[in-house]
Design a protein around this ligand. Structure first.
Ligand SMILES: Cc1cc2nc3c(=O)[nH]c(=O)nc-3n(C[C@H](O)[C@H](O)[C@H](O)COP(=O)(O)O)c2cc1C
Length: 360
C-alpha cells in the first residue's frame, strides 16, 4: 500500500503539556469555528461516510470534503471519481462544511465558488495551492505549481472572494515548490491582501510530498508576519499533545489534522478535550475499533456499492490497523479483499487484538 505514513521518529507524545495560552474559537464572518481544529481535505478519503464517522466522535470545528476540480465541476466530468461523486451528500449534510477546489483560472474558480456558496450553501470555499500531484501541479499548472506565481494566486483569491461573498474563502498552501524555492511568506501576504478569511499552511514543500518532517518553525514565521488573517498550522499532528504544543509554541490560530485521523477518527475529540485542559478520552478498545471498522465498511458499501466499496475499504483498513501488533498480517489480507463476506471474515480473524503499539 503506497499510502504515506507519518515519519517513524514521530512517536505520539504520551504526556499532555500544559496549555500556555487561551485557544479561542475562530470567527470567519458569522461563522464560528469552535474548536479551531480542522479536518483536512484528503482526496480519495474524506468522503461523506468518513465525515459522518468523524462527526459522531466530535471535536472538529470545520470539516472538509475531498478536493474537487473546478473544471470538472463545470463540465460534470470524471465519472465515479469525479466532482459530482465527490460532492455526494454535501447539500444535506450538517454544517459547517468546507469544499476545496483546484484550477488555475480565476474566472472558472469564481464561477464554481459562487455555485458552491449559493446553490450548495456550503459554509466555506477553500482554494488549493498545495497539491503536489503531477496531474494537478505540473500538468494543469494548478495546486502547488501556483506557489511560483503569487500574482496569479492573488488574482484567483480576489475573484473568488468577490464571487462568494459573504461566504468566507480560505486557502491552503505548502511552503513552496522546492526546498530551494520557499515562497510561502510572499504567497501568504498576497492571500491576506486579496481578502481570504484564513489560510492553512502545510509545513512541507511540494517536492517532499510526505517525506521528512513538517517545518513548524517556518509555519510560526509566516504566522508572525501576517497582519490580521488567521493561520492554521498543518503537518504531522498525530496526538493531542502535539496539538497542544502547536498552540503553545507557534502562535497558530488553529490546527489541521489529516493522515493520523484516518484510522483514529476520535483524535479530533481527544485534541479538543486537551485544548480545554481536560483529560482526553481513552482510545476505544480494539474490540470497539473493530466494530467501528465493520460499521465503516457497511456504510461505505451502502454508499459506493459492493465492488468499489470493498476496494475503498482496503485503504481505510490499513489506516485502522496502523501501528498495531499484527497490523502487517491484517493488511496483507485486507488489501486483497474484494467482497463484503470476505472483508468481514478477514476483520474477524486478523484485526489486531494485541493492544501493544507495534510499528510493523
Ligand atoms: C491521501 C491524501 C490525500 C490528500 N488530499 C488533499 C486534498 O485533496 N487537498 C489538500 O489540500 N490536501 C490534501 N492532502 C494533504 C493533507 O490535507 C495534509 O495537508 C497533509 O497530509 C499533512 O497533514 P498530516 O501530516 O496531518 O497528514 C492529502 C493528503 C493525503 C495523505
Amino acid at each position: 500500500m503506497n499510502f504515506p505514513t507519518l515519519p517513524g521518529h514521530h512517536r505520539p507524545l504520551l504526556e499532555i503539556p500544559k496549555l500556555r495560552r487561551e485557544v479561542k474559537p475562530l470567527r470567519l464572518g458569522t461563522l464560528s469555528i469552535d474548536p479551531p481544529i480542522f479536518q483536512a481535505p484528503m482526496a480519495g478519503f474524506t468522503n461523506y461516510v468518513y465525515r459522518q464517522i468523524v462527526r459522531e466522535f466530535g471535536g472538529v470545528g470545520l470539516q472538509a470534503t475531498e478536493m474537487i476540480s473546478a473544471e470538472g465541476f463545470v463540465h460534470q466530468v470524471g465519472g465515479l471519481k469525479g466532482t459530482v461523486e465527490r460532492l455526494w451528500g454535501v447539500e444535506s449534510e450538517p454544517r459547517p462544511l468546507a469544499v476545496q477546489m483546484w484550477d488555475n483560472d480565476p474566472d472558472t474558480l469564481a464561477e464554481v465558488g459562487r455555485r458552491l456558496a449559493f446553490d450548495y450553501r456550503i459554509s466555506v470555499v477553500d482554494l488549493n495551492f498545495g497539491c503536489p500531484v503531477r496531474k494537478v501541479s505540473e500538468k494543469a499548472h494548478s495546486g502547488s505549481y501556483l506557489l511560483k506565481n503569487p500574482s496569479r494566486v492573488g488574482e484567483i483569491v480576489s475573484k473568488v472572494v468577490k464571487a462568494c461573498a459573504p461566504t468566507p474563502v480560505t486557502a491552503k498552501i505548502r511552503l513552496g515548490c522546492t526546498l530551494t524555492c520557499i515562497t510561502a511568506k510572499e504567497v501568504a501576504h498576497v492571500i491576506e491582501e486579496s481578502g481570504a478569511a484564513l489560510m492553512t499552511v502545510h509545513g512541507r514543500v511540494a517536492e517532499q510530498f510526505f517525506t521528512g518532517s513538517a517545518d513548524w518553525d517556518k509555519i510560526g514565521e509566516i504566522k508572525a508576519s501576517l497582519k490580521h488573517m488567521p493561520l492554521v498550522g498543518n503537518g504531522d499532528l498525530d496526538c493531542p499533545s502535539k496539538v497542544v504544543e502547536a498552540f503553545n509554541r507557534y502562535e497558530v490560530d488553529g490546527v489541521m489534522i489529516a493522515r493520523a485521523a484516518l484510522g483514529k477518527p476520535w483524535l479530533f475529540k481527544q485534541a479538543a478535550q486537551a485544548l480545554k485542559g481536560e483529560v482526553p478520552m481513552p482510545e476505544p478498545s480494539l474490540a470497539e475499533q473493530k466494530d467501528l471498522l465493520l460499521r465503516h465498511h457497511k456504510a461505505i458499501v451502502e454508499r459506493f456499492g459492493e465492488e468499489r466499496g470493498n476496494m475503498l475499504m482496503r485503504k481505510y483498513s490499513c489506516c485502522y490497523a496502523q501501528g498495531r501488533s499484527g497490523a502487517s498480517k491484517f493488511r496483507a489480507h485486507a488489501s486483497r479483499c474484494s467482497t463484503s463476506a470476505e472483508f468481514v471474515a478477514i476483520v474477524e480473524t486478523w484485526f489486531p487484538t494485541d493492544a501493544d503499539i507495534h510499528p510493523d
